[in-house]
Design a binder for this molecule. Structure first.
Ligand code: NAG
Ligand code: NAG
Ligand code: NAG
Ligand code: NAG
Ligand code: NAG
Ligand code: NAG
Ligand code: NAG
Ligand code: NAG
Ligand code: NAG
Ligand code: CU
Length: 696
């Protein structure tokens, strides 16, 4: 849907100002601003056996697929999905927002906690269904909570609500997104952090860093073009964002497009403490492009991919396909500069009008003590910049190390609290089963004089105002292409499997079934170009979720549902051949897979490190190449295996596996699943849902 006239005028008035406020670019999100809190080592409003929520378990000795803590703690969240107009890159667009922010609120939990999210579908003015997928969560025993419409549930009808509840049995960094059509491309995305044991220590957790290509057109407009007779599968992005922000949004505006765009929207900024080790949680939450991420001059130490801790290795540039995550450590140890560009470039196997995302990284002096906030000089509190947040300080040994925590200024809602290194924090009490009720707060950014805290830098004479006109622009240069460790812009594959090694080794079991999955493009009888995966172009039925049919013993489905019953298989090997020029980030729900081999051309039959192959939940199959994956098919449920490019999934690039059908039949599906279908059926009885695509 386009922008309405009245709205447009209101917007024009709002945009008359020189630059855009955080609220105009990102709504209620504070990511990428000084109001974004650093994260703790773990949440501590809960029991801490042996000092940690997860007791004595460690990253390098735990097989998380078999052993995980069960804390009994429930982290509750309340999400409302509504339409709203934001201008993330200066170009206003009608978006779909979670609690009024883009990106949506952060979900936090400790390893072993239960996450409960109530989702209200408030999408109006052209109503739509929705469903949220919790990417990378295994959903053992709760396959109906996976959030895939037509597979695990009926969509949440407009005006209806649905409460998801599932346990965090893996830990690390992930995200949630709508799995309804390509809806998440319009903004229904947000980060998830599950705190767990760390093998590699760090001082400051900067938190999620969301990398996403960005489209000025609504997802439905894009799909209508793509799926029109004679249409093309290729979709072109307009910009690239870090934390949902970037400038240059007007550069790609079409000449005939009179939408009032504001040049030089603010870019994101990050604050590093000199000499300290920072953890960044990179997430490719985009719709198509693979991202090449770097910070000028800084080596990146990768400690986890997806939900899998790995043996640390150093890199200059990290490649992330859509859905993939990387946890990295960055030491602020450059001595001849204090501000640097963080960069994320869309690799050239995707078509992008403006592929370069930038954000500023500022070194701040960690030696400063606070005089401004009424705390005595004996309390070491980092003042620069002032932060807000509601994290507790708990008395676990690790948390007492000075430097690990930052002081926080007045929080947005006015419930500021005083931080001391050894005590607890006064402020809003949080029940163990209570909510982390930070969503919906407006970014007031009560920052004092930030420029004081930032060391003087060589100011450059750049013409752009971002990231923030009150701070100097970095003038650093990117790693030169063509040098060791810097991939060519056309490189569309993950780092070599020989250097990405899980910290906890698991040997590859013998497969009980091996199958080759082909990727094809074809034109259907209506002259629509679509994808085929494993011989079928997927099209789901929102009114008939396959998991619910399987639970009733029905696994005989129409061909276009592309279901494969795995019967009593124990481990399934999947050879995926990609004959085309696009990369495909292959994602499996319900399991992590082993990555046996990846490369150009066909597979030569060799396996990289069979005694401990890489494991993750998304792996890129490169253009004109192959990937060989294998998973232990022991988690009962119906699980999607698909390309995570939103446009490819819409074009039919999905398959669903029926895992352990006998056990599915024995599971007790909560009655709310049937009620959700009745609500959806009631709504579709009077409305025709515009399912022009695969549905996912
Ligand atoms: C830039 O600074 C202004 C004033 O301090 C603040 O309101 C705004 O949120 C900042 N923007 C970012 C992206 O940090
Ligand atoms: C796991 O890591 C700890 C802490 O670094 C170390 O002491 C221990 O030896 C490691 N254990 C194994 C099995 O690698
Ligand atoms: C629901 O959506 C409407 C229209 O977009 C909006 O005005 C309202 O604030 C939303 N309600 C909530 C609770 O977010
Ligand atoms: C900075 O730290 C990185 C580790 O992240 C290290 O590889 C590099 O050598 C250090 N550089 C300097 C100048 O100390
Ligand atoms: C800082 O030092 C590095 C390595 O010697 C050099 O490449 C870079 O240009 C220097 N930066 C500045 C701003 O002088
Ligand atoms: C913080 O400390 C100051 C000075 O001791 C006190 O006046 C204020 O009430 C405290 N704030 C909170 C939220 O505890
Ligand atoms: C071709 O695909 C489009 C998009 O999925 C669909 O609407 C149309 O019905 C299909 N045509 C035929 C003949 O199957
Ligand atoms: C199973 O479900 C499909 C789709 O609803 C239906 O066409 C088929 O008749 C069902 N089979 C049985 C045996 O009920
Ligand atoms: C494994 O799954 C394949 C695909 O459906 C099937 O042909 C085969 O019989 C299954 N094997 C076992 C042991 O269930
Ligand atoms: Cu794809």
């Amino acid at each position: 849907m386009g922008l309405h006239h009245g709205v447009l005028i209101a917007l024009l008035m709002g945009l008359a100002e020189a630059t855009l406020s955080q609220h105009q670019t990102n709504g209620n999100s504070v990511l990428g601003t000084s109001a974004s809190p650093d994260l703790p080592k773990f949440l501590c409003n809960n029991p801490l056996p042996h000092g940690y929520p997860w007791g004595t378990l460690t990253a390098n000795t735990s097989d998380a697929y078999k052993t995980h803590p069960t804390t009994g703690v429930i982290r509750t969240y309340d999400f409302t999905i509504s339409r709203g107009i934001l201008a993330p890159d200066g170009y206003p667009k009608s978006m779909l927002l979670v609690n009024g922010g883009f990106p949506g609120p952060l979900i936090e939990a400790n390893w072993g906690d239960t996450i409960q999210v109530t989702v209200h579908n408030n999408i109006s003015d052209s109503e739509e269904g929705t469903a949220l997928h919790w990417h990378g969560f295994l959903q053992q025993g709760t396959p109906w909570e996976d959030g895939a419409p037509a597979v695990t549930q009926c969509p949440i009808a407009p005006g209806a609500s649905f409460t998801y509840q599932f346990q965090a049995t893996l830990y690390g960094t992930s995200w949630y997104h709508s799995h309804y059509s390509a809806q998440y491309s319009d903004g229904i995305v947000g980060p998830i952090v599950v705190y767990g044991p760390n093998e590699y220590s760090y001082d400051i957790d900067i938190g999620p860093v969301m990398l996403s290509d960005h489209y000025h057109d609504d997802y439905m407009v894009i799909l209508e073009k793509m799926l029109a007779p004679g249409g093309m599968l290729e979709v072109t992005s307009d910009n690239n964002l870090i934390q949902g922000k970037n400038s240059l949004g007007c550069v790609t505006q079409r000449a005939d497009d009179k939408t009032p765009c504001v040049a030089d929207a603010p870019q994101a900024s990050f604050y590093f403490e000199k000499g300290k080790v920072h953890r960044l949680r990179l997430i490719n939450s985009g719709s198509e492009g693979a991202q090449h991420f770097s910070i000028d001059g800084h080596m990146l130490t990768v400690i986890a991919y997806d939900f899998v801790p790995i043996v640390a290795y150093e890199a200059k540039v990290i490649t992330l396909g859509v859905g993939q995550r990387a946890d990295i450590l960055v030491t602020a140890n450059i001595t001849n500069g204090t501000s640097f560009w963080m960069r994320s470039d869309i690799a050239t196997c995707a078509t992008a009008k403006q592929p370069f995302a930038e954000a500023a990284v500022y070194y701040v002096d960690s030696g400063t003590t606070s005089a401004q906030n009424g705390l005595g000089a004996s309390s070491t509190v980092w003042v620069a910049p002032e932060r807000s947040g509601t994290h507790e300080v708990c008395s676990a040994p690790e948390r007492l190390r000075p430097g690990a925590w930052r002081g926080r200024g007045a929080a947005p809602g006015g419930f500021g609290h005083n931080l001391s290194l050894h005590g607890s924090v006064s402020g809003k009490p949080v029940e163990i089963a209570g909510s982390e009720s930070r969503h919906g707060s407006h970014p007031t950014d009560a920052t004092a004089d930030r420029s004081k805290s930032v060391e003087s830098t060589k100011s450059d004479s750049g013409t752009r105002t971002g990231p923030n006109s009150s701070l100097p622009q970095p003038s650093s240069s990117p790693w030169p292409t063509g040098t060791v460790g810097v991939p060519d812009p056309s490189a569309c594959f993950n780092d070599d499997l020989s250097i990405t090694r899980p910290l906890y080794p698991i040997a590859l079991p013998p497969p009980s079934w091996t199958h080759t999955f082909d990727i094809e493009i074809f034109v259907n009888a209506s002259d629509v170009t679509l994808w085929k995966f494993d011989g079928v172009s997927f099209r789901g039925d929102y009114n008939a979720p396959t998991l619910l049919l399987a639970s009733l013993g029905n696994t005989t489905w129409p061909t276009e549902w592309n279901g494969r019953n795995l019967y009593t298989n124990t481990s399934v090997r999947m050879i995926v051949n990609n004959p085309g020029p696009s990369q495909h980030p292959m994602h499996l729900h319900g399991s992590n897979f082993y990555v046996l081999h990846e490369g150009p051309g066909p597979w030569d039959g060799t396996i990289v490190r069979p005694e401990n192959p890489m494991r993750r939940d998304v792996q890129i199959v490169r253009p004109n190449g192959h990937v060989v994956l294998q998973f232990d098919s022991n988690n009962p449920g119906v699980w999607l295996f698909h390309c995570h490019i939103a446009w490819h999934a819409s074009g039919g690039f999905l398959e669903q596996f029926i895992v352990r059908p006998d056990e599915i039949e024995r599971m007790k599906v909560p009655s709310i699943m049937a009620q959700t279908c009745r609500d959806w059926a009631a709504w579709t009885g009077t409305h025709v849902p515009d399912q022009i695509d695969s549905g996912l």
